[in-house]
Design a protein around this ligand. Structure first.
Ligand code: C2E
Ligand code: CA
Ligand code: CA
Length: 437
């Protein structure tokens, strides 16, 4: 007969747990049962650093603290490694969100106890909770556990809130993500991604001096999906790398076409997702595009969002240096949108500072906002970094930026991002007017 208990923790084996839970669900009256699925973040690190014996001791203590004197507990098991699941009977009248708060507080208490006993660094517990009520008694034990586990995975992705309650909406969100990620290869193959261009305007001359390439996804039925809807999803799945490469190739192709036709061209900047930092294949890829399309390097720029630099400064620095070695300019995108580190500006060899549109959140600028923008622009000038302001929507904003010496402007006031064909017209018109003036 297989062992019924897990020898390390003394808890039920998972199969036994499911059986017990199944029984509890069948005989459930008016009460609700909560499944709490918990694991220790970076447990592998603890094993690797302190040894397996210490890891095992910690796990035993963790389970002991979790289950001892818990009058509500119905059953518990170690699913594997440091993944512990337990079922508890919920007190009548208690709101689901109250239970979440209780688990949250209990986790913090446990973290502190374990920290005092074992480690010189803080560890974090992550829990997902799913609740079975009388109405969904048909829910089988395995689905209930898998819902709690799903909520735990969501909790693990969040930095602060390490305790998440499962709900149907979450399920919908995850379903949507799977739909998107499984369709991406087909979308790339079908050419559903289109590159739009948003002109950048030189403040002094009011003529176009560049553009930013922004991806658009147009489904076969003509509907657009905007970057904010799908980029975070495909960043999580890593597929953003393929989409970025697709965009880069389209931009290089476009520049080659204009050059071959003897038309005017302006530098185009492309966005670099944070995901590239973990792979670094981007430098090779861009190099191969330069070789294939023979584009002068001053026509190509890259935008790295501020948070890339902050979260992974070493790799970001390597990437910037690699791009510089090919002769392209690099900008710090979305400056001011997160926790900007001013310190970073003096350490990173960036060429352009793109002020995020949060600085222009009101069409009529407030005095305090004016002070901040003008100081940032002044700082960029002194560091010999070109300043560009994004999200310019009104004449008043544009005039103010001119007054304080912001060199480049980009925003709906001048143009929205537009398809290639319209952008070509924009470049021709803008540069022709210039020639006649
Ligand atoms: P971003 O790089 O900060 O791009 C600027 C966004 O602001 C664009 O949104 C643009 O349409 C919008 N915008 C420009 N001017 C104005 C304005 O005057 N007012 C307002 N309210 N908005 C303005 P979009 O195209 O929806 O892109 C959103 C974000 O998605 C981008 O932010 C960028 O982070 C990401 N993204 C877009 N295309 C790509 C891409 O090809 N690769 C990667 N990795 N990310 C991309
Ligand atoms: Ca950008
Ligand atoms: Ca931006």
């Amino acid at each position: 007969m297989p062992e019924m208990k897990d020898p390390l923790t003394g808890l039920d084996r998972y199969e036994g747990f499911l059986k017990k839970l199944e029984e509890e669900i069948t005989k459930m009256d008016d009460c609700r049962i909560a499944i709490i699925y918990t694991d220790i973040k970076h447990f592998k690190y603890i094993n690797d650093t302190y040894g397996y014996q210490r890891g095992d001791d910690l796990l035993k203590e963790f389970v002991h603290l979790l289950t001892v004197n818990n009058a509500h507990m119905l059953c518990a098991a170690r699913v594997y490694s440091d993944n512990i699941v337990m079922a508890v009977r919920m007190t009548e009248g208690r709101a689901n969100s109250d239970l979440r708060d209780i688990v949250y507080r209990k986790n913090i208490e446990l973290e502190n106890k374990l920290h005092d006993m074992f480690l010189d660094r803080k560890l974090k517990l992550c829990s997902g909770i799913s609740i079975i009520s009388k109405d969904d008694r048909r829910l089988d034990a395995e689905t209930a556990v898998s819902n709690a586990n799903l909520a735990r995975k969501v909790a693990k992705e969040l930095d602060e809130d390490c305790c998440v309650l499962f709900d149907r909406q979450m399920m919908e969100g995850i379903k949507k993500e799977v739909e998107i990620t499984s369709y991406i290869p087909t979308a790339i193959e079908n050419g559903e991604f289109k590159v739009y261009y948003q002109p950048k305007i030189e403040t002094n001359t009011l003529r176009i001096i560049g553009a930013e390439a922004l991806v658009r996804w147009q489904k076969p039925d003509g509907k657009f999906i905007y970057p904010d809807e799908f980029i975070p999803v495909i960043e999580r799945s890593g597929q953003i790398v393929d989409v970025d490469y697709y965009v880069y190739r389209e931009v290089f192709k476009f520049l080659r076409k204009r050059l071959d036709e003897g038309q005017k061209v302006v530098p185009i900047s492309m966005n670099v997702s944070r995901v590239h930092l973990n792979k670094m294949g981007i430098l090779e890829y861009v190099k191969s595009l330069f070789e294939e399309y023979k584009i002068p390097s001053e026509l190509v720029e890259f935008e790295l969002t501020e948070s890339i630099y902050i979260n992974n400064t070493e790799n970001a620095l390597q990437l910037v240096e690699g791009l510089h070695a090919m002769g392209t300019k690099v900008s710090m995108d979305d400056f001011g949108s997160g926790y900007s580190s001013l310190n970073l500006l003096s350490r990173l060899p960036i060429d352009i500072l793109k002020l995020d549109r949060v600085f222009l959140k009101e069409s009529h600028l407030q005095e305090n906002d004016k002070i901040i923008i003008s100081c940032v622009i002044d700082m960029a000038r002194r560091l010999r970094i070109t300043s560009l302001c994004e999200g310019v929507e009104t004449l008043e904003q544009s005039d103010y930026l001119a007054q304080i010496g912001c060199e480049i402007q980009q925003g709906y006031y001048f143009s929205k991002p537009i398809p290639q064909i319209d952008f070509e017209q924009f470049v021709n018109d803008s540069l022709q007017t210039q020639a006649m003036a």
